[in-house]
Write a protein that binds this ligand. Structure first.
Ligand code: DGL
Length: 266
């Protein structure tokens, strides 16, 4: 993209709070940028909407956000949406976009046992896009697709201060673990909400695996696309927007702090 001479504005979009796991990695690499984080809580969870519904919802909504915030770059920090809308967005708007899609290629490259699981929403694991990634990049691995029904909700609730029960989390991740001639050794976190529960998932896993969180790689891609920018050394305030128009509860406001660093959040 063209050289950005001012602090760039980066829009990060998700159905809810999961995109914060991508957001925090971008903030680490680009502390001098201006940030707008948008959680489409009015339509959460995306995993339970049809493909047509998601396209019809996200494409115009992102267009409105671009018109309002004039970002230099927009990150769709949601696999359930990115596996559907990236082409539509790039056709409709001239802003550079970075999406979030299942990290199947690096996971399969890393796996020693050649048995990999992809843990995503029910929507993401059904997508033709995800199946094409497996066809193109499985590199001889057996890939198991696991559509979690409620894990994004559990992650969202955990960040809002409610406890996600061990039983519920264990039940959602259990189908990732295939034992047999070759045991699963690598699990792709194909939903940006899931890293919010990583400690619990590691503790509850029946055996140790590599958990692949693509957030640092996505942040590097964002930073590469932005190229040379100014604004480093200054900390701009960040905007946090719920599409429902609600303000974060005090508990959530506290939980957001580590993601936003020392920024003032409005
Ligand atoms: N965070 C979203 C993702 O990466 C999904 C959560 C939802 O179902 O809305 O897929």
């Amino acid at each position: 993209m063209a050289f950005v001479s001012q602090a760039p504005t980066i829009l990060v979009f998700d159905s809810g709070l999961g995109g914060l796991t991508v957001f925090r990695e971008i903030v680490k690499l680009r502390p001098g940028a201006r940030y707008v984080y948008v959680a489409d809580d009015a339509y959460f969870p995306y995993g339970q909407h049809t493909e047509d519904e998601i396209v019809a919802r996200v494409v115009p909504l992102v267009g409105d956000l671009i018109a309002e915030h004039a970002p230099d770059l927009a990150v769709i920090a949601c696999n359930t949406a990115s596996t559907l809308v990236m082409t539509h967005l790039r056709e409709a708007y001239s802003v550079p976009f970075v999406g979030t899609v299942p990290a199947i290629k690096p996971a399969c490259a890393l796996s020693q046992t050649k048995r990999v699981s992809v843990l995503g929403t029910r929507g993401t694991v059904k997508r033709e896009y995800t199946k094409a990634l497996i066809r193109d990049f499985a590199q001889g691995c057996d890939v198991t697709l696991v559509g979690a029904e409620n894990l994004a909700n559990l992650a969202e609730a955990a960040l809002r201060g409610e406890h996600a029960s061990d039983e519920a989390v264990a039940a959602e991740i259990a189908p990732c673990f295939i034992d047999g001639d070759a045991r699963t050794d690598t699990v792709v976190l194909a939903c940006t909400h899931y890293p919010l529960l990583i400690s619990q998932m590691v503790a509850l896993a029946p055996w140790a695996v590599n958990w692949i969180d693509p957030a640092p790689a996505i942040a590097r891609r964002v930073s590469d696309l932005l190229g040379s920018t100014n604004g480093v050394g200054e900390t701009h305030r960040a905007e946090f927007i719920f599409t429902s128009g609600q303000a974060p509860s005090p508990v959530l406001a506290d939980a957001l702090e580590p993601f936003f660093g020392s920024r003032e959040v409005a």
